[in-house]
Design a protein around this ligand. Structure first.
Ligand SMILES: [Zn+2]
Length: 443
């Protein structure tokens, strides 16, 4: 009983009380007389505590006087800032921890809420009658949103909304002056793109010793736009490095792998299995699975191998450790980024053996398997993502071969020709921007 009383009181504290209509009209008239144009009011207003989240100080000062009359009081947003955690945000809005755990439970298949970054936006919708959380949206960028919807009292399901947008290609080039890293950044490449490039050539080129002033580089980079807005997603499609008499090249093909101009693979092969021995598959990859414990639709974005706790877990490819975390449902887990296209995850671990930021080799021990988080027995849950989407790790096409297959060579040569045409200075079309229609969609 007292809970309801409390929640009602708190609800009223969330935002300023509505002023009487006469006061509102008076203020509106004054504002009009003074010729103030109030811009940027979003119909999803933020709560008073979050004043900094969307509107500037100017709008905040006005917001204290005028409450937009049609504003729904059951929807509010929060823009993630440095150091924000999901639990602190739930506390701030006085949302129940129970609802948070229910959302984290549905997020186990996605783990999208584990790395909230500044600029991501959370939108909460309360049920108008019960005032319980009915929906939470995570806005990652204009091309990617995730909606967690309540399906019943005990839980949520998620929907991931991914828009393909348009990928615009551009040529970035320069001469080496100082290090490759500094020259690439000066040419407009990001740190991530520069790391992708040095990684691609790591077997054939020592960037610290073999690159000299006067060497040149060319990069075709494409960036994603959704409804005219840049999403922050980009990929390196082609690279040429001219080092005195040597040419080093890399071209991204439709299978998601990089090859040199002769079609030889630049990505080292992956292991199919993340363990030395094969173990029984106790649950296979199934995007439409019902969760064995909760009964709700909950995609199984990986494959489970039954194995005793303490079994060494191996990284299936060379890469950089991007997450070493502990999740209430996924348990202790590790994520590894392998170049720009591939990512692997290893869940329910007993112990981590690597740190975030560490470089690992294919076959390197990264953890001991376990039974942590929500788990029905000792097992390893293994995921493989290609271009941001989970795929079946047991059947996905991964770089096991060392060159472009013979029957794809003609297609590959056309692709190289297209990219090189963008790089050639003689070509009138060394365009800053080229329509994405020219490139295969599947990349
Ligand atoms: Zn699993």
């Amino acid at each position: 009983m007292s809970y309801y009383w409390t929640s009602k009181t708190l609800k009223n504290q969330r935002r300023p009380k509505n002023r009487g209509p006469s006061l509102l009209l008076m203020v509106l008239a004054l504002a009009l007389l003074a010729g103030i144009v109030v811009l940027g009011f979003s119909c999803r207003s933020s709560s008073p505590a979050t004043g900094s989240s969307r509107s500037g100080t100017e709008a905040k000062a006005i917001a204290a006087v005028i409450e937009p009359p049609a504003e729904p009081d059951n929807v509010f947003t929060w823009t993630i800032g440095n150091g924000d955690t999901l639990s602190a945000i739930f506390d701030r809005f006085e949302l129940s921890r129970n609802a948070m755990y229910q959302i984290l439970s549905s997020d186990e298949a996605l783990l999208a809420l584990d790395v909230l970054r500044p600029g991501h936006v959370l939108t909460f919708t309360l049920d108008e009658e019960s005032r319980a959380l009915s929906e939470m949206e995570l806005f990652v960028h204009p091309g990617k949103r995730i909606i967690y919807r309540r399906v019943n009292d005990s839980g949520f399901e998620y929907e991931e909304i991914i828009l393909p947008g348009i990928w615009d290609q551009e040529l970035l080039q320069g001469e080496i002056n100082g290090s490759f890293y500094l020259s690439a950044i000066a040419a407009g490449l990001t740190e991530g793109e520069t790391a992708t490039i040095t990684d691609l050539f790591k077997d054939q080129l020592n960037f610290a010793r073999e690159i000299r002033a006067g060497d040149r580089f060319q990069v075709i980079r494409s960036r994603q736009f959704v409804e005219g807005e840049m999403t922050g997603q980009s990929r390196v499609e082609g690279v040429r490095i001219f080092r005195r008499n040597h040419l080093h090249s890399a071209f991204l093909f439709e299978d998601g792998n990089y090859y040199d101009h002769k079609g030889e693979s630049l990505v080292r092969a992956f292991l199919r299995y993340p363990t030395q021995q094969r173990y029984r598959v106790s649950s296979s990859f199934n995007p439409a699975r019902r969760h064995p414990i909760t009964g709700r639709v909950s995609p199984h974005n990986g494959v489970d191998f039954a194995m005793p706790t303490g079994t060494p877990v191996l990284s299936t490819g060379d890469g950089i450790v991007t997450r070493v975390l502990n999740h209430p449902f996924a348990g202790k887990y590790i994520e590894i980024q392998h170049g720009g296209q591939y990512l692997t995850r290893y869940l329910h671990l007993h112990r981590h053996l690597v740190r975030r930021g560490q470089r690992v080799k294919r076959g390197e021990r990264i953890a001991l398997s376990g039974n942590t988080g929500r788990s029905t027995g000792p097992h390893l849950h293994f995921e493989l993502h290609i271009n941001g989407r989970p795929v079946n790790p047991l059947t996905a096409k991964i770089p096991m071969a060392s060159s472009v297959p013979r029957d794809k060579m003609a297609l590959f040569n056309r692709r190289v020709g297209d990219l090189v045409a963008l790089m050639e200075p003689s070509d009138e079309q060394v365009a800053r921007s080229v329509s994405s229609e020219a490139r295969p969609d599947s990349i």
